[in-house]
Ligand binder design. Structure first.
Ligand code: 13P
Length: 241
């Protein structure tokens, strides 16, 4: 069975001291048979790269698509690689809804050029779900990755489940991931597919037991060492060969 992926998107949280404490706890417990990724804000990436155990992989939450230049305030994929990142989130809904879809194709291509693996987030809003538009919204979001042969992770994060404490039901996740995999196959794109949206120790077992789901993109529960380690442990146990 494929190695599950458990990633923590820290969003705009933690300062140097609290991040050091969290990483110190993660360093004690992380296991070989789960791909564990932490995604701190830019300000903490360098510190995280220097103190995190090398079994914990590092990802950024965003990047710009240019290699370098006069783009005040932006960070390039090459800069992220330079400080030790392996992954980068592209298209998180908290940004997509502000900045739109247009840049994402360029960001995916730029990530590939730099050798980063994008964690490409897709998902429908509550309104889109209610109006029966989920499939068309996901298709449109997946169309952006057309013609890109690259290592890729897709994270299905229904917007209505993010930060609400209520994850999507596993049957819904399964059906949606089936759909996503079918669309990826049609495009000839190979990708791992994660679920994100209120993943926590309480529901991780149910989610991990659905083998169509390659892992979890965790928000709030990734800021607490005990919760995050429990989720990692659950994936490790449930997916044991
Ligand atoms: P929560 O786990 O806090 O719902 O956040 C999910 C998320 O947005 C991860 O990218």
């Amino acid at each position: 069975m494929r190695k599950p992926i458990v990633a923590a998107n820290w969003k705009m949280n933690l300062t140097k001291k609290s991040a050091e404490d969290l990483i110190a706890k993660l360093n004690e417990f992380v296991y070989e048979d789960v791909e564990v990724i932490i995604m701190p804000p830019f300000t903490l990436l360098d510190m995280a790269a220097s103190i995190a155990d090398n079994r914990i992989k590092l990802g950024a939450q965003n990047c710009y698509y240019k290699k370098s230049g006069a783009f005040t305030g932006e960070i390039s994929p090459d800069m992220l690689v330079d400080i030790g990142c392996k992954y980068v989130i592209v298209g998180h809904s908290e940004r997509r809804h502000i900045f739109g879809n247009d840049l994402l194709r360029k960001k995916l291509a730029a990530s590939k050029r730099a050798g980063l693996i994008p964690v490409y987030c897709i998902g429908e809003t509550l309104d889109e779900k209610r109006k029966g538009k989920k499939e068309s919204v996901l298709s449109e979001q997946l169309n952006i990755i057309d013609n890109l042969s690259m290592s890729l992770i897709v994270a299905y994060e229904p917007v209505w489940a993010i930060g609400t404490g209520v994850a999507a039901e596993v049957v819904t996740i399964r059906e949606t991931i089936k759909l996503i995999r079918q669309k990826l196959r049609e495009k000839g794109v190979k990708a791992s597919v994660l679920y994100g949206g209120s993943v926590k120790p309480d529901n991780a077992k149910e989610i991990a037991s659905e083998t169509l789901i390659d892992g979890a993109l965790v928000g709030g529960s990734g800021l607490n060492a005990s919760s995050f380690l429990q989720i990692i442990d659950i994936f490790k146990e449930v997916r044991k060969c």
